[in-house]
Design a protein around this ligand. Structure first.
Ligand SMILES: C[S@@+](CC[C@H](N)C(=O)[O-])C[C@H]1O[C@@H](n2cnc3c(N)ncnc32)[C@H](O)[C@@H]1O
Length: 252
């Protein structure tokens, strides 16, 4: 991971706000892209097909950061595992799971910050969720199989996203769903150009189709805006491409 960005206090503060910030904390203006708020929640509410989720379902949130989508998946699944490479993010996600809340500061300008509390919605069952540090490209044995796997804004941060995706057919039950969201921000600092899934020979969706098509069918596609606040007057506004893939029954 370049410069260990996801281990820094700046990343932790930005992602706590991105995942748990109230609308007027993220965007303290009476104008702005409000439809880009609450992205980690919308990755679940707008992308997962809940009608396909069986009772006692299991879900996996790969690249979960500080865990908001992991908690949201627990509305529909009785067991949810969140995995991230960042020790700092997983430590924080575990604190959120234990206490349901955490005090932190987010940036206003320069060294000025604003104190607030990140809270998991009180109607969520925290006991359904657990977090572990791990590498999404080399997932440990014994995870079992899942009805839902979410990869939100992960693939363009991996050194070899194709290797990560090739694990998916063995991890998802027939009829289960794989949700991939990505702003397709391919950068050599994260992914060597030879491993990019888009942005050179083809677009990302074509590469995803080629890697996943033997075992998955593309079920839905949509555009999801999101907003990451750097400070009160500076934001990253992006539009992720979100796709839902359904695991086909193995043949033969
Ligand atoms: C752009 S952030 C997206 C986080 C979260 N899914 C979201 O949408 O807010 C990318 C995340 O992937 C994690 N990450 C990067 N490389 C990883 C790897 N090899 N395995 C697991 N997580 C990784 C980072 O620590 C970070 O939390």
């Amino acid at each position: 991971m370049p410069d260990g960005f996801y281990e820094t206090s700046r990343a932790l503060s930005e992602y706590l706000l991105f995942h748990y910030g109230k609308p007027d904390e993220v965007l303290p203006w009476d104008f702005g892209p409000t439809d880009a708020l609450d992205y980690p929640v919308r990755c679940v509410t707008e992308c997962v097909d809940t009608s396909r989720i069986p009772d006692d379902a299991r879900a996996l949130d790969l690249g979960c950061a500080v865990g908001r989508s992991t908690f949201e998946l627990a509305r529909h699944c009785t067991e949810v595992i969140g995995i991230d490479l960042s020790e700092s993010f997983i430590h924080t996600a575990n604190q959120m799971q234990k206490d349901g809340q955490l005090s932190y500061q987010f940036a206003v300008e320069g060294e000025l910050g604003q104190a607030t509390v990140a809270e998991v919605p009180s109607d969520l069952n925290l006991t359904r969720v657990r977090f572990e540090q791990g590498d999404a490209t080399f997932l440990r044995d014994g995870l079992g199989q899942f009805d839902v796997i979410l990869m939100a804004n992960l693939i363009d941060r991996l050194p070899c996203p194709a290797d990560c995706l090739r694990q998916m057919s063995g991890l998802i039950v027939a009829g289960g769903q794989l949700i991939i969201t990505t702003p397709c921000t391919w950068l050599e600092e994260y992914t060597p150009r030879t491993e990019w899934l888009g942005g050179s020979q083809a677009q990302t969706l074509d590469a995803l189709r080629e890697i996943l098509s033997p075992d998955f069918i593309l079920d839905a596609e949509r555009n999801l805006p999101f907003l990451i606040r750097e400070h009160a007057r500076k934001y990253q506004w992006s539009v992720a491409q979100a796709t839902r893939w359904i695991r086909l029954a193995p043949t033969g």
